[in-house]
Ligand binder design. Structure first.
Ligand code: AMP
Length: 231
């Protein structure tokens, strides 16, 4: 009888400070792997737009650069993962962001038989403040532009769907500094959390978008063969 290969469902966590390129790389990886990229920040911004209860609960915190409560994002992710499109695997952009979220996700992954790998995108703080002040977003399709390194063909409109580009309220330098502080205090410890479990690999996030993408793909290709490569 032919052997039937059963591939475990994969979770690829993109871990890194705001502006490290998680959203941009998540979108590229989505096209490459055929998995959805799930951004808790995008889901929350859509809820704010809809003026839902969740959006109302999240808005003030997001505008101040603070995190929204763990149970809200845990629920978003758990519900999103029941969607058929994540059956083979999925990319997480901006989740987990606290140890409590990582513990919640670890239980969920164990229960659902999900294999987790966290990839840290490492970028210096000064580069991030500068990068985020030049970031433009398409609110419709989610494409992210940078005025210097990744300008669209048509800078004021999205070159994929034609929507006028906007800047996020929380990309103002004073809010970015708060977000970076929250990152260092609350999210950076996740590197250690995943490192101790042998589930963490890192890339240098200061090169070109394509260069960083290739580094991540190389990691994913080599990962099965040599998990300890650059831990
Ligand atoms: P992002 O788009 O990932 O930069 O997230 C924007 C904002 O959404 C963050 O500054 C938080 O206020 C909120 N947010 C997104 N994901 C999470 C999360 N996993 N935990 C708590 N807050 C989050």
């Amino acid at each position: 009888m032919p052997r039937v290969e059963t591939m475990a469902r994969k979770a690829l966590i993109l871990l890194g400070p705001p502006g490290a390129g998680k959203g941009t790389q998540g979108r590229k990886l989505m096209a490459h792997l055929g998995y959805p990229s799930i951004s808790t920040g995008d889901v929350l911004r859509a809820e704010i737009e809809k003026q839902s209860d969740l959006g109302r609960a999240a808005r003030k915190l997001m505008e101040a650069g603070e995190l929204v409560p763990d149970d809200l994002v845990d629920e978003i992710v758990e519900a999103r993962l029941t969607n058929e499109d994540s059956r083979r695997g999925f990319i997480l952009d901006g989740y987990p962001r606290t140890i409590a979220q990582a513990e919640f996700f670890e239980k969920l992954a164990t229960r659902e038989g999900i294999d987790t790998l966290a990839i840290g995108i490492i970028v210096d703080d000064e580069v991030l403040v500068d990068r985020l002040s030049r970031r433009w977003n398409c609110a419709r399709c989610g494409k992210i532009y940078n005025a210097d390194s990744n300008p669209g063909r048509e800078p004021v409109r999205c070159d994929e769907c034609g929507t006028p580009l906007t800047q996020r309220r929380d990309d103002r330098p004073e809010v970015v500094r708060e977000r970076l502080q929250v990152y260092h205090q609350t999210t950076q410890p996740l590197i250690d959390f995943y490192q101790r479990r042998g589930l963490f690999l890192k890339v240098d996030g200061e090169g070109s978008v394509d260069g960083i993408f290739h580094s991540i793909v190389e990691i994913l290709n080599g990962e099965g063969k040599n998990r300890t490569a650059s831990k």
